[in-house]
Each structure stands twice: as C-alpha cells, then as structure tokens.
Write a protein that binds this ligand. Structure first.
Ligand SMILES: *Cc1c(COP(=O)(O)O)cnc(C)c1O
Length: 357
C-alpha cells in the first residue's frame, strides 16, 4: 500500500535524497567503494563537504562573515554549546515549548537566564509577543518552530542583542534573513537529512568573547578552523543533506518551497476548521505552524479518536499520532511531503466524518 509519511522526525525526505544516497552508499563518486568506507579527508568527500557548505550559503543567501558547520550531537548538544560559547553573564530566552524549555535549562548551567515570556501556562498554544529583551543580555534565544505543539514564528524578529535560533524543524521551509541572526542551529532530521548531522550557521565575530575555557570539541572556533573536519563528520548524513539541497534548488529554492508549504498547510487547516469532528489546538491563527499541524477531536467526538487513527492507518497514513503532551493528531508537513499526502489525509477526514451518523 502507498504510505503517506507524516512523521515528526526523523521524517519524510525527497525521493532524490534517498535514491542518490543509496547509490553513493553502493559506489561513491566512481570510487567503486561505499560512501561508508572512504576517508572523510578523501578528495571525493572533501568535494561533497565543500559543495554542501556552498549550497547552504547560496540557498539561504548567507552573507559574508558567517561559517556553516556540520557537527554531531544533535540540536540537543547545541542547547549546551550555545551558552558555553556565548554566555558570559546573562542570556534571554523565549519559552515557546518543550525544546525551548530544554535549551533554557542548559543555559542556566552557565549564567543568569531571563525568560522574557512563556506560553507554558496555556500549554504552548500560542507564541508570546510584546516582550522586552534585556539590552544587557549576551544573546536572545528563540525556537522558530515548535515541533511538538505546532506553533511557529513566521518572521525574522528584530532583536537588539545577538539573536540565536533553533531552526531544527523549519530550516529551509521559507526564505530567512540570516543577517538578523548571530547563530542558527538545528538537527538535520526534520527537513534535511537522516539523523546524525547538526548544522550551525554562525557569524564569526560573535565568538571568542567569553572568559571561560571551552573544551576543544565544544568550541565553535575549532570546527570553523578545521572546516568541520576536526573529527570525523557524519558523512552519510552530510551527503544526504547535499542531495536535499540540490533537490530544493532544482524545484526553485526557498520561495517556491515556501509557496508549496503554505498551500499544503492552508488546505489541511481549512479542513480541520470545517470538519465537525476536529479542531486545531493552536489558539492564535497567525501562530499556526506550516510544518507540524496539531489537531484533536472535538469534545463530543473524543471517544472516536482511536477509531479515526486506526482508519487513517488503514489508508496508509503514517506518524499521525499526536505527541503525548498534546494528544490527538499531528500531521508533519515538511518540505518533502508531497501535496498528495495532504489530500489523502483530507479524504480520510471527510470519509470518516461521513461515516458518523
Ligand atoms: C527535534 C528537535 C530538537 C532535538 O533535536 P536532536 O537532534 O534530536 O537533539 C530540538 N529542537 C527542535 C525545535 C526540534 O524539533
């Protein structure tokens, strides 16, 4: 049966990403060796690393003065590396969900943390606005897309201090103005590649300012100096990321993918709003994520939740069960999810609605 992959992460990748990576795992760049068994310092792999950085810069339109790094440890290690490298006295955090809370917790190990605003009391169903960023903070940290609760900051915000963003689940989903950020990071496994590689985009001049000693592997400067080759990078994931970037470029880049993402999300949100069985969980419409669409059954139909899920599974839907902290359903509609998947889900919702009463 045809499967529609709504997994939240690791998640759907483009066909090109998977096929090209499989080919390289069998025979990498004509070497008659697998991508998995060649040196990361070989000229063939160095070319892959260089091209991946170049395409990152081209597609995101990254200005001069920034480095692009490919590291291990996931976005979760960045929760610690960011304050290690940037927090001298005080940092500001916007608390918009589970990942934002985890980032904030790590920063507290390094200095004073000001939570400028939080939507926790309302189970993270909206993005707080009208907060004040302390002018003496070393940086301000945001999580642009709240993967678990389905809210998203859709615009590049203005910050008087260095802006740091976890973009794990919405990188490459829309055009961004990188010049507004000091540092952007994310795990690759939502919109880019299989798990294993973490990307960091950092403006070089924000580094080297804290007084504490930084362990070599946790120091961004180490990886800038060695072009992400201080130790062995996750070569398969980097290769796959390059295939995703090539695919993205071939379809027209960020403006085109943004158009497609908005269209997919608009269709699904319209059905959630229309269908008498369902309601969206994000209370403020402008904060609804384009990447993770969360919905539950209306109170009077709550007892049908398991039945709907079972029905959806029988129609090929994968990964629709909501995160345990929200319940209900979550349809992740990342870049590589084809529009047919959204239409198939909408069909399911309508057929199930028609089967009731
Ligand atoms: C998935 C996710 C993370 C965690 O990523 P790991 O690579 O597993 O550490 C962090 N932040 C956000 C926004 C995420 O979606």
């Amino acid at each position: 049966m045809k499967k529609y992959n709504f997994n939240a992460g690791p998640s759907v990748l483009s066909r090109e990403t998977i096929d090209n990576t499989v080919d390289a795992i069998k025979n990498f760049a004509g070497t008659e060796l697998s991508l998995m068994e060649v040196s990361h310092r070989s000229k063939e792999f160095q070319a892959v690393a260089d091209e991946t950085v170049a395409l990152f810069k081209e597609i995101l339109d990254i200005p001069d003065g920034y480095s692009v790094l490919f590291l291990g440890g996931g976005a979760s290690l960045q929760f610690c590396m960011v304050p290690y490298n940037l927090l001298e006295k005080k940092a500001a955090y916007l608390n918009t969900g589970t990942w934002a809370s985890k980032a904030q917790k790590e920063a507290k190990l390094f200095g004073e943390v000001i939570e400028v605003a939080s939507s926790k009391a309302d189970n993270f169903t909206y993005i707080p606005k009208n907060y004040t960023i302390p002018a003496d903070a070393d940086y301000f940290h945001i999580t642009t897309n709240n993967t678990i609760f389905g809210t998203e900051i859709h615009h590049d915000i203005d910050s008087s201090v260095t802006l740091v963003a976890d973009m794990s689940s919405d990188i490459f989903s829309r055009p961004i103005d990188v010049s507004k950020y000091g540092l952007i990071y994310g795990g690759a496994q939502k919109n880019l590649a299989p798990a294993g590689v973490t990307f960091v985009i950092v403006r070089d001049d924000i580094l080297g300012k804290v007084s504490r000693p930084i362990p070599t592997m946790l120091d961004y400067c180490t990886h800038i100096k060695d072009g992400s080759m201080f130790n062995t990078p996750p070569v398969v994931s980097v290769y796959a990321a390059l295939q995703t970037l090539k695919w993205l470029k071939s379809i027209g880049g960020l403006s085109e993918i943004y158009r497609r993402n908005r269209k997919k999300a608009a269709l699904l949100y319209a059905e959630i709003d229309r269908n008498k069985l369902f309601k969206g969980t994000v209370t403020v419409e402008e904060d609804r994520s384009l990447m993770n669409i969360c919905f539950v059954m209306n109170d009077e139909y709550k007892n049908l939740e398991a039945d709907f899920l079972q029905y959806a599974v029988s129609k090929g839907m994968v990964g629709l069960k909501g995160h345990r902290s929200v319940g209900g359903f979550r349809a992740s509609t990342y870049n590589a999810l084809p529009p047919e998947a959204v239409l198939a889900l909408i069909n399911c919702m309508q057929a199930f609605e028609n089967s009731i009463n």
